[in-house]
Design a protein. Structure first.
Length: 405
């Protein structure tokens, strides 16, 4: 028989039992939809994490301290961190360093007393830092001004708050130059940062001069971290090496066991990418199980179809149909079931991934390769699980088939 005749005959047979055909395709539909949706979700989550990491700052390098206990360096625990303001000052002069922002981190109660809204308070993160913080961590101002060097030098009681903190306390642009209380101490509100989005913690903070934080809130000579912005992404590796050499020299480290840790955006992105790849493969593997179940469903229905159409097969063979014609017809029916199920599954998967992407905030992620692989896999499943029923039909003896009741 001609290929078009076989195709027409296969479609005709599938059309006679529309409900059974739809139920047979259901496993393939669910499998393909699961693969497309889950892989899209994994890629969307990766894109969201990458965007958040990129939003941390431009060409960011973070230097984190170890801790000291009675003069001995430890990886965790202890009474004082191993980084100081003098270390941060030494790193400022390195080549290819655009900006630097040492930090002292603590958590304190913030209070405001507004005439309209009344008293408001919340406990949030207090960061003592320098003017470079704005550029290092890619913040911009929504209203007011940022910290300047004069305020650092004079231990000024001024504060810049994040967008989330402002919302929580009922503050806005009209609140600039009003008084807020940090741990009961009055500070002049001079600025509000633009929302960064993606992470509430990034916008729920209060920035004050690092000298003021040391004097009034923490009473320590050490600092929490040092944020550094390299002049370009190509310079990150070189700057990291220079930071290591400088701090090892300043801390008299000769055994190669550093009392600090350097983390770059590239390392964070690489880690996130590796985790995402594993997650994507895991989710795709789980979703593929339903494709196998769908394939078993196709094989089961095709075996039943062979049994129901035994006399038809006998008649066709009696009037000259070859075994390969019978084989191709049943194989084509299985392939059509898997192909149509794959197309419907793609549509469902795209709709689900679109909805999840919009709800989660990372948008719609569409990967044509995933769709191609899912459909190809579904068709392979159709062929694999359709071969046995098709070969069973092709091997039927026409005399026996004609006598079958």
């Amino acid at each position: 028989m001609k290929p078009l005749d076989l195709l027409g005959l296969a479609l005709s047979r599938l059309g006679t039992g529309k409900l059974r055909t739809a139920l047979t395709m259901l496993g393939i539909i669910i499998g393909v939809a699961s693969v497309v949706a889950l892989v899209s979700v994994a890629e969307g989550a990766t894109a969201g994490v990458s965007a958040r990491l990129q939003a941390l700052g431009t060409n960011l390098i973070t230097v984190s301290p170890g801790f000291t206990i009675t003069g001995a360096t430890r990886g965790a625990g202890g009474s004082a961190t191993t980084l100081t303001l003098a270390d941060a000052s030494a790193l400022t002069d390195l080549a290819n360093v655009s900006n630097i922002a040492p930090e002292i981190n603590t958590s304190k109660l913030i209070m405001v007393n507004d005439k309209l809204t009344g008293a408001q308070n919340e406990t949030t993160r207090i960061i003592g830092t320098t003017p470079g913080y704005l550029n290092v961590f890619a913040y911009s101002l929504w209203a007011g001004a940022f910290l300047n060097q004069t305020e650092i030098d004079n231990n000024a009681r001024v504060a810049v708050i994040g967008a989330t903190t402002a919302d929580n306390l009922g503050l806005n642009a009209a609140s600039l130059n009003s008084t807020i209380y940090i741990a009961g101490l009055p500070f002049n509100l001079i600025g509000i940062t633009q929302p960064k989005g993606g992470s509430t913690a990034a916008d729920d903070q209060v920035l004050i001069p690092i000298s003021t934080a040391r004097e009034l809130l923490v009473n320590t000579s050490s600092i929490s971290t040092i944020g550094i912005s390299a002049s370009s992404s190509e310079a990150i590796a070189a700057v990291s090496g220079e930071i290591t050499a400088t701090l090892e020299q300043r801390h008299n480290i000769t055994n190669g066991v550093d009392d600090f840790t350097i983390t770059t955006q590239a390392q964070l992105l690489g880690t996130a990418s590796s985790v995402s790849d594993v997650l994507t493969l895991l989710l795709a593997g789980i979703a593929s199980i339903s494709l196998l179940v769908g394939g078993i469903g196709i094989m089961n229905i095709m075996l039943v179809s062979v049994r129901e159409r035994t006399r038809e097969i006998g008649i066709r063979k009696a009037i000259g149909a070859r075994a390969r014609d019978i084989l191709f017809q049943f194989l084509l029916e299985a392939l059509i079931l898997s192909f149509l199920g794959g197309l419907i599954g793609i549509g469902m998967g795209v709709l689900v991934s679109f909805g999840i992407g919009i709800y989660a905030g990372w948008g719609f992620i569409f990967n044509p390769l995933t769709v191609l692989v899912a459909v190809s896999f579904s068709m392979v499943i159709g062929i694999i699980f359709g071969v046995w029923p098709a070969s069973q039909a092709a091997r039927l003896d026409p005399v026996v088939a004609l006598r079958y009741e």
